[in-house]
Design a protein around this ligand. Structure first.
Ligand code: HEC
Ligand SMILES: [Cu+2]
Length: 492
């Protein structure tokens, strides 16, 4: 009797515990698996830089099919500079892939029958050996399929992982995949895709024609080109990103390298929020420059406040001015003079301590002039001018006189220069701003007045006219002196 009663109690108790466990499982466990349940199948939207696929609005994970084709194409690395790019989707950088945290991604890597070598993909968003590399090795004319779960949200690089891997990467095989966090990100007015990368070419910067990959330069980590979105100008003019005053912008920025770390910066913009390394936390607010490692990414957000063209650069600044790492953000709309006044005055300034100033000047000015080191023959004048050119002018107009597309006009074969020698003297004497058209290309930049003597200006211009395929004119110091005085008279 007693034992029977005990048995009943035990049975009753276990039933209660059982029901409790079921309830707990139901309330917490089952509900949770419901919101994580894969529902439906869809094709990923893919976009070319600088576009980013629309935010994903569904509130559940799905099976997402990605079709990405590897294909080799010959394209422009810079004006007149050709390169045989190896690509994901036909362009550099490869197409932007957007999926959502928890999605099952069914990846189809299709290697074009026109390719000469096998390709594959390593997605940094994948948890698994090689990031998909061995599962996706694909010979030309084949397609490989593998699946992965987008477990970790964030912004990730993808790249080819076929031997020799560095060469496949250096030839253009990379892009970005964004695994949108479950809860999404705050809405913004524009999202854009920017990828920084390096090219190592057999010829020097700007050398025309088809360029070969240079293993030697790649090993020295000495790129010929550092570019945004695949080429010099890949993020400028028609390829620039755009917004209106008052709008918010989110940039998904990748840096594949293959060697260098990027010091990503927009001149005249402070990043309101930075998701460093492309992770999911806002790691800092109010940031000027973001460091992006090779094979890494970052997300930056900011609001544009006044109109104008903003230069997007790698602040390792020689890369921006001399290797192509410059793009633009064009902002249109109403000005706000309180945020930024623009130039309010340009007044004469005579210096605070004239003696000191002269000292500084004389030590920084080129010391060579026809009177000192050289004689008076045309060869001597040209030689003296060459010295001045390679101390002063070369920094902007480049040692070969070809300038930099969109930034510094060429002196080599310049129709503008050759047309009018007095005008050229005036420019070296007084500087030049505003629009100028040289050989059909427009420039709108600033050349500061060059603090040179009449002798030196005569020499450097004679050198320039006798070099770089120019018209062979000679400029004398008397002519320069005349232009100098005319200008002074006309100023009064
Ligand atoms: C700090 C950079 C810089 C330096 C240094 C410089 N220039 Fe320029 N130069 C420019 C820019 C920028 C322009 C175009 C200005 C514009 O857009 O209005 C220009 C324009 C010119 C032009 C007219 C356009 C053309 O291509 O024919 C001449 C000629 C010229 N420079 C000669 C020289 C000479 C000679 C020197 C050296 C004594 C020199 N510059 C030094 C930046 C520079
Ligand atoms: Cu490849």
């Amino acid at each position: 009797m007693k034992s029977l009663k005990n048995k009943n109690i035990v049975a009753g108790l276990s039933l209660t515990v059982f029901l409790l466990v079921i309830t707990v499982l139901f309330v917490f466990g089952f509900n949770e698996t419901e919101s994580n349940q894969i529902e439906g199948t869809e094709y990923a939207q893919l976009t070319y830089a600088p576009e980013v696929p629309q935010p994903i609005t569904r509130d559940h994970p799905s099976k997402v099919i990605v079709n990405l084709e590897t294909i080799q194409v010959t394209g422009n690395l810079a004006d007149g500079v050709k390169y045989n790019f190896w690509t994901f989707g036909g362009k550099v950088p490869g197409e932007f892939i957007r999926v959502k945290e928890g999605d099952i991604v069914e990846f189809h890597l299709e290697n074009s029958p026109l390719c000469s070598v096998p390709h594959s993909i390593d997605l940094h968003a994948v948890s698994g050996p090689g990031g998909g590399a061995s599962a996706s090795q694909t010979v030309p004319g084949h397609a490989s399929v593998f699946s992965f779960k987008a477990v970790n949200p964030g912004l990730y690089i993808y790249h080819c992982a076929t031997q020799p891997v560095p060469m496949h990467i250096a030839n253009g095989m990379y892009g970005l995949i964004y695994v949108q966090p479950k809860d999404g990100l705050s809405p913004v007015d524009h999202e854009y895709y920017i990828m920084q990368s390096e090219f190592y070419t057999s010829g020097s910067f700007g050398e025309q024609g088809l360029q070969q990959f240079s293993l030697e330069k790649a090993l020295k980590e000495d790129p010929t080109y550092v570019v945004f979105n695949g080429s010099v100008g890949g993020l400028s003019n028609d390829n620039a990103i755009r917004a209106n005053v008052g709008e918010t912008i989110r940039l998904f920025v990748g840096n594949i390298g293959p060697n260098l770390t990027s010091s990503f910066h927009i001149i005249g913009v402070v990043f309101d929020k930075v998701y460093l390394f492309g992770g999911t936390n806002v790691t800092q607010q109010n940031v000027q420059t973001v460091s992006i490692p090779a094979g890494g990414a970052a997300i930056v957000e900011f609001k544009v406040k006044v109109p104008g063209t903003y230069a997007i650069v790698d602040h390792s600044i020689f890369r921006a001015f001399n290797k192509g790492a410059a793009g633009s953000l064009v902002v249109t709309g109403e000005n706000d003079k309180e945020i930024f006044s623009g130039k309010q005055a340009d007044e004469l300034f005579y210096g605070t301590d004239l003696d000191k100033k002269q000292d500084i000047n004389s030590s920084s000015k080129p010391t060579t002039s026809g009177n000192e080191l050289f004689g008076n023959s045309i060869e001597d004048i040209v030689a003296a001018g060459k010295n001045i050119f390679s101390t002063v002018c070369f920094a902007c107009h480049q040692p070969d006189g070809k300038g930099i597309p969109n930034v510094f006009p060429p002196l080599a074969g310049s129709d503008f220069l050759n047309a009018n020698k007095e005008r050229a003297m005036g420019i070296v004497l007084h500087g030049k701003t505003g629009l100028v058209t040289v050989n059909g290309k427009q420039f709108n930049n600033i050349m500061p007045p060059q603090n040179l003597t009449d002798d030196q200006i005569a020499e450097v211009l004679t050198y320039v006219y006798h070099s770089f395929g120019n018209s062979g004119k000679t400029v004398t110091k008397e002519e320069v002196n005349k232009v100098r005085n005319e200008k002074q008279v006309s100023l009064k």
